[in-house]
Design a protein around this ligand. Sequence first.
Ligand code: CAA
Length: 282
Amino acid sequence: MKNITVIGSGTMGNGIAHVFAQHGFAVQLVDMKVEALEKAIDTITRNLDRQLNKGAITDEIKQATLKNIKTGTDLANAVANAQLVIEAATENPEIKLGIFKQLSDLCGPDTILATNTSSISITRIAAVTKTPGNVIGMHFMNPVPVMQLVEVIRGYATTDTVTNAVMELSKQLNKVPVEVNDYPGFVANRILMPMINEAIYTLFEGVAGVHGIDTVMKLGMAHPMGPLQLADFIGLDVCLAILNVLYDGLGNQKYAPCPLLVNMVMAGHLGAKSGSGFYKYT
Ligand code: CAA
């Protein structure tokens, strides 16, 4: 596999493009707006500079990585030669289903169609395509160049051949893939989101303040970030959307989002990206 197309150039999309390009793949990065693509290349360049400054890569690798990424706004062109397409668009079922319907018409019968969704059903996405056996979840973690895990999610129809190819490919990126089945939240968010939700309930009920809760989890459990800081980093709207998927899909009250989280999202306090969440960002 050599030619990879990444759809969506936001935080996850540019990170995925960065990692594939750094490992020698020819990447087509596609988005609806040229400005979004320019911003993505700036971000990738900045992140490559971080790796360069600490000696993790050479300047040659930085230049080769940037050369391996082509950008464009035309989906049909971008997927024309792709052996693997990874969709990393907004976490909205209608948007993702629309993209996969288009991919189904534009791609050949052998193209693997992967989604970086954090919680939308792979089986549901696959059902709108003509090749559901080729559809799979390839869930990277943020920041993609740093985090080792790829959660590989098999939909109901995903074939062994496609699963094995994606597991192998993830290893070529120097990542550790873990194969999981397609149930709400998969594994990562089935476990992570209830912890974040419980941290928000702990704040809501006045058990401790923001710094106190995060310090307990950072220093007591050796987490790199406390759960409230992590929620801000992921985006409170994303956390709420994932909790709703767990609540609706598993039908258990224990997944009900904390009312404080619901209020913060309604107020537009979405975490780092909006300038305020549990913390303030300048
Ligand atoms: N690209 C390249 N390198 C990066 C980077 C990026 N985007 N972001 C950070 N780095 C590097 C830094 O250069 C630094 O490298 P060295 O240690 O070798 O010097 C290292 O990563 C650590 O970064 P910082 O020193 O800036 O800051 P830090 O020590 O506080 O670490 C962090 C930042 C890596 C984000 C760390 O806090 C962390 O691991 N946090 C938890 C992240 C996490 O849980 N991610 C998963 C979220 S859930 C998700 O993504 C899926 C979902 O579905 C919701």
